[in-house]
Design a binder for this molecule. Sequence first.
Ligand code: OGA
Ligand code: NI
Length: 341
Amino acid sequence: MFVAHLPVQEIFESGKIVPKEYIQPKDGDKLPPLLMNYETIDCSLLSISNHEELAKLRCALITWGCAQIVNHGIPESVLDEVREMSKQFFKLPMEEKQKYSSKGNELEGYGNTNAIQQGSLNWNDKLHLHVYPQQKRQLQFWPQNPHHFRATLEEYSKQNKKILRIILKAMACSLNLKEEEFLELWKDEDKDNLHARFNYYPPCPMYDQVVGLKPHEDGTLITILLQDKQVEGLQILKDNQWFQVPIIPHALIILVGDQMEIISNGIFKSPTHKAIVNPQSDRISLAMLFIPSKDKEIGPIHELINQESPQLYKRFKDYGQYFKQNIPSGKRQIDAVKIHN
Ligand code: OGA
Ligand code: NI
């Protein structure tokens, strides 16, 4: 059933108390989050002959399911511009933003995330845009204010595509596979999908009982996340412990998505992650979601299946059909395609 929710920004700005739907059930006696400490990966060093940098990448993606990359080719001034235009968009008067509102329970457009959400709600507004294939673009949702929004997103998307290719090649090399092995998965911008998801988290007085984005895994191949420069919020679950992902202003965060976990036969982990909210400051982030065409067969690659490592996941097309199903708590979406050996 579709239920319309006010943007959380409007709830916050009205000064009313936080509605009870946003209060999270207590999640046991989890320890306070620890700071994640791992080395950054230097993208400019990721070549087939640089075993050291490849090993660092492999280690980060196996251990955490994520990595912070630097020297990725996008100047810090461009990252700042993207952050700035996201802030400017969410700061527009509500009537202005509502011109871009999602329709019904469609994914695309501006609004409260919770239209398609089950259970308690996320303290998050989003602007969701389908960037590729280009013919899928619904420009009525693409802001024209700030005036350079569309052009900047276009340029940033192009740069992200380049980074994706570098990372996919390096990931394959790091597993001693052919360099091109993963490139097939996202290579054609007329078929494969890229979504941009701008996240906005207003401050929340009840920050310790409310969550920005509930724990989830991304259903993507890879997500490239740009974090807020000042306000932390992203946390990753590892061994039942939450870890705070530190802010490195000029870095981008690579998150392994479920489809990459499947293709790598479970070697790279799609991490459970969440976004927390802050009592004083609002926070933005931008997730670039790379999703293979639904006509493409997805499944563990043959070279990674052997006696010691049996095939863990089925072969299928269109992960979206599994991803939309509701899952019982304690299960991951990916379990829908797991083979029980
Ligand atoms: C997401 C996500 C984290 C963040 O958009 O899928 O996990 O830090 N975002 O906003
Ligand atoms: Ni996510």
